[in-house]
Structures are given as C-alpha cells and as structure tokens.
Design a protein around this ligand. Sequence first.
Ligand code: SF4
Ligand code: SF4
Length: 106
Amino acid sequence: MKIYEQEELEKELLDLLSDCSRCKMCVGVCPTFEGWYRQSAVGRLMALYYHLKYGIGGEKEISDLLFSCTNCRKCQARCKRMSVGTKSVDIFIKARTLLVRRCTES
Ligand code: SF4
Ligand code: SF4
C-alpha cells in the first residue's frame, strides 16, 4: 500500500469514526468487556480515533485492542447510530488492514 493510499484510508476511517456518538450502548454486550471501556466497541473506536487524529497510543497497543475484538457484531445490534451506516466491525477490519500494511511495508 502506497503512502497516499494509507493516508486515504486514514481519512476514510476518521470520517467513519465520527459517526459514533459515544453513547456507550454497545459496552455491556461485548464479550471482551471486563470493566474497561477499551474492552468494548466504543473504547476501541475512540482509541483508534485518537490514534489516527493525534497519534495517541502506540501501534502495538492499538493493534492489540483491534485484534482482541472477536467480530461477533453484538455491538452493532445495540448501536442505533452506526448500524444504519458503516458497522463498527467493518471499521475494525479496515483499521487492522491499515496497521498490518504499515507494519509490513515500513
Ligand atoms: S452504540 Fe454505536 S454510537 Fe453508541 S458508542 Fe457504541 S458504536 Fe458508538
Ligand atoms: S464485534 Fe468486537 S467490539 Fe463488537 S461486541 Fe463483538 S467483540 Fe465487542
């Protein structure tokens, strides 16, 4: 993936991430949730947003968060906002692709 393609994907992800209203309705249904927001869809979405927008969080940390999602999509069934547009899991999958490409092509 060329640099400009990575930048385009980052922009696309930031647009998609702005659809989340952070209502936290998805937290309780996530099978990986053990008390920390980061173990839920909204936590993953917010961590990814701040990483892409402000460079907060290392790539390993963000990668661990994204790859710990089981893709069960239970969060999407509870989401009134994102279920009408791009699904959160689709965002995670796109972001995983970006992180893998960054890692293998740098
Ligand atoms: S339910 Fe949807 S809009 Fe609400 S925090 Fe979760 S992903 Fe964001
Ligand atoms: S798809 Fe991922 S973030 Fe959503 S509920 Fe399942 S494990 Fe949690």
